[in-house]
Design a protein around this ligand. Structure first.
Ligand code: GA4
Ligand code: GA4
Length: 319
C-alpha cells in the first residue's frame, strides 16, 4: 500500500485552464467588466500593460535574491529587529500553529511610513539604496492595487468608486510585503492551501512555476508565470465587502525541482480599526441580505492568526 506523505501533491487533480489575462490598456468600461467577471468566477486574474516600470520590478527582485543568498545566520540577524513577532525573516515556519512549508520568507510591513522607519534601524546599506528600491516598489504596486480596486467598484456599479481604495492607501493601512523564496526541491507542497485574509493581493514571481489556484475543493490549476504580468487575487475582506459576489481564491505553492522560485506579494489591507461591511449596493435581489456581519480588520486578523493556515476563517463571520 502506498501511503501518501502529508506533503505529497496529487498530480491527478491538476487541470489546465487558461486563466483570465486582462489588458489594462484597453477601454476602461470593458476592463472593469472583465475584472468583475474574473473576480466572480475565479477570484484570480493576471494583468498586463500595468505601467509599472521594469527597473522597479528588477531592482526589487534583485534585493530579494541578494537577501536570500546571505548565510542563514546573517538573514536571521538582519531581519530580527522588527518590532512585531510575525514580521521579519522566517524559514519553513508559515504560521503560529505549526504550519510548515519548504519556503523561506521576508515579511515587511507594507505601509510607506513603516518602511522608512525600519530602514533606519535594520538597514545594513548606508547608501539607503535598498530602502529606495523597496519603497519605489511598494508605491508602484499600491498604486496599481488602487487602480484595480477602482475598476472593480466601477464594474460593480458602486457609486463611490473609492470605497475599497480608501482602506489601502490610508496612512495606517496594515498592508504587507512578502518575499517568498522556494529552493529547488523534488515535488512537494511548499506553501499550503489557504486564502489571503486581506482585501487584495498583487503577486510577481520570477519565471519559475509553482503557484496553483483552486476552483472547487481538490481541483488545482497551475498559474503559468508571465514576466509581463502581475497576478491579482481577491482576499477574504473583498469577498465580504462584495457580499460574496467576489470569491477569495484558495491557492498554494508547490516546489519546482529545477529552479529556485521567488515571489513577491503585496497584501493590501485596511487599518486595524477599519469596519468591514458590504455597501448597500451589494445587497441585491440575488443577494437580498448581508452574508457577513460587520467586523473590524483587527477582529478578523486575530481570528486568522488563531487558526491554522488552511482553515476557513470567513465562515466565523457569517450572519
Ligand atoms: C497567508 C497570506 C500572507 O502570506 C500572510 C500569511 C500569514 C503569516 O505568514 O503571518 C498567515 C497566513 C497568511 C494566513 C493564516 C495565518 C496567518 C500564516 C497563518 C497560519 C502574511 C497573511 O496575511 O496570511
Ligand atoms: C530588503 C531585502 C534585503 O535586501 C534587506 C534589505 C534591507 C537593507 O538593509 O538593505 C532593507 C529592506 C531589505 C527591507 C526594509 C528595510 C531594510 C532596506 C529597508 C528599507 C537586506 C533586508 O533584509 O530587507
Amino acid at each position: 500500500m502506498v501511503v501518501a506523505s502529508p506533503n505529497s501533491i496529487q498530480t491527478e487533480k491538476i487541470v489546465s485552464i487558461n486563466l483570465p489575462t486582462i489588458d489594462l490598456s484597453k477601454e476602461r468600461a470593458t476592463v472593469a467588466k472583465l475584472i468583475v467577471k474574473a473576480s466572480e468566477e475565479y477570484g484570480f486574474f493576471n494583468v498586463i500593460n500595468h505601467r509599472i516600470p521594469q527597473h522597479i520590478i528588477d531592482n526589487m527582485e534583485e534585493a530579494g535574491f541578494d537577501f536570500f543568498a546571505k548565510p542563514a545566520s546573517q538573514k536571521a540577524k538582519l531581519a530580527s529587529n522588527y518590532d512585531s513577532v510575525r514580521l521579519g525573516y522566517g524559514c519553513k515556519n508559515i504560521g503560529f500553529n505549526g504550519d510548515v512549508g519548504e519556503v523561506e520568507y521576508l515579511l515587511l510591513n507594507g505601509s510607506a511610513s513603516h518602511i522608512s522607519k525600519i530602514s533606519t534601524t535594520i538597514s545594513n546599506d548606508p547608501s539607503n539604496f535598498r530602502y529606495r528600491v523597496v519603497s519605489a516598489y511598494r508605491d508602484a504596486v499600491e498604486e496599481l492595487a488602487c487602480e484595480i480596486l477602482e475598476l472593480m467598484a466601477e464594474g460593480l456599479g458602486v457609486p463611490n468608486t473609492s470605497i475599497f481604495t480608501t482602506f489601502i492607501n490610508h496612512p495606517d493601512s496594515d498592508s504587507l510585503l512578502r518575499f517568498n523564496h522556494y529552493p529547488p526541491l523534488p515535488p512537494s507542497l511548499a506553501f499550503g492551501d489557504h486564502s489571503d485574509p486581506q482585501i487584495i493581493t498583487l503577486l510577481r514571481s520570477n519565471p519559475v512555476s509553482g503557484l496553483q489556484i483552486s476552483l472547487q475543493h481538490g481541483l488545482w490549476i497551475p498559474v503559468l508565470p508571465d514576466p509581463k504580468a502581475f497576478s491579482v487575487n481577491v482576499g477574504d475582506l473583498l469577498q465580504v465587502m462584495t457580499n460574496g459576489r467576489f470569491v477569495s481564491v484558495r491557492h498554494r505553492a508547490v516546489t519546482n525541482s529545477e529552479k529556485a522560485r521567488m515571489s513577491i506579494a503585496y497584501f493590501g489591507a485596511p487599518p486595524l480599526n477599519a469596519c468591514i461591511v458590504a455597501p448597500p449596493e451589494m445587497v441585491t435581489p440575488e443577494r437580498p441580505s448581508l452574508l457577513f456581519r460587520a467586523f473590524t480588520w483587527a477582529e478578523y486578523k486575530k481570528a486568522t492568526y488563531s487558526l491554522r493556515l488552511g482553515d476557513t476563517r470567513i465562515d466565523l463571520f457569517r450572519n
